[in-house]
Design a protein around this ligand. Sequence first.
Ligand code: TXA
Ligand code: MG
Length: 320
Amino acid sequence: MKTEVVAASECARAVALLRGGDVVALPTETVYGLAADAFNTTAVARIFDAKERPRFDPLIVHLPDWDWLEKVADLAGQDRKLILQLADAFWPGPFTLVLPKREIVPDIVTAGLETVAVRISAHPVFAEIIRAFGSPLAAPSANRFGRISPTAATHVLQELNGRVPLIVDGGSTKHGLESTIVALRNARIEVLRRGPITEERLAEFGEVVVVEAVQCPEVPGQLPSHYAPKTPLLLLDDPTAFIPAPGKRYGLLSWTSAGASFSDVRHLSKRQDLIEAATNLFRYLRELDNVGLDLIVAEELPQEGLGAAINDRLRRASHR
Ligand code: TXA
Ligand code: MG
């Protein structure tokens, strides 16, 4: 299969392919997604095939608008008020809610779970395409399973060339990190995946608990090893303490370190801005992964706000 990369002005091509039951890679404000008609099981199966994603890993369902929320999710008996408050505050945006699913959502999408993850994207290109399509799109990140999420169309091409017919280029993604995923339990907000909507912001709406990976093995995005470069990655809180072995090439993904003893250095944000760091994270990881290093050393960020979400990705990237 030949993979074409087209400009955002060619949205109509994407819509036509989606209508025909095909998959298309699309920009969102978090990372690029690989989208297909959420109600077409054959189309959804193509997502799993292209990504080599195990069928037990459920997909996020992206909605064209609010009207779709209660068509795919059952809010009865739930913390309805809290759900609507959260959705109202963070949609459209980098925020995903896990809710009890309705019959209409095929089992392949939710991997047989009784819940469905839903989100409304704020990306203008994604929004235009899904509105023209007129129905929900299942869309995981557009990388092969377990690999670094794509934040640019060229990254998608590296990951899925020859496996998908079309990539719509919407430039670099704004947040650079996948959406925050939350579930509600007894009026508590459970963070299943940290992301651009931080615990600090969620705390305005109620008690927040972060569900760590070990407690939650059924969410593969929370698997200990994920977002992984091919090059081994070592996460250190102080990379200046790292002693390089002679004859080896080391790269540094830096927060504050100068990195004098490293052959390749990327600074996540020279002015120590967490938002900028999140935007650069996956791009720099990918770049360092592509220059033939023996090891990537990554510097831990402060465990606050977006820093916690970035550390979370780095920890999983370092896990073998
Ligand atoms: O920002 C994002 O969320 C991007 C863009 C494309 O929307 N999507 C994304 O999808 O990151 P994906 O598939 O790479 O990660 C979604 C995560 C997976 O770890 C999956 O296990 C979890 O969401 N998930 C999906 N449905 C779930 C459910 N019903 N319960 C718990 N976790 C669920
Ligand atoms: Mg993913």
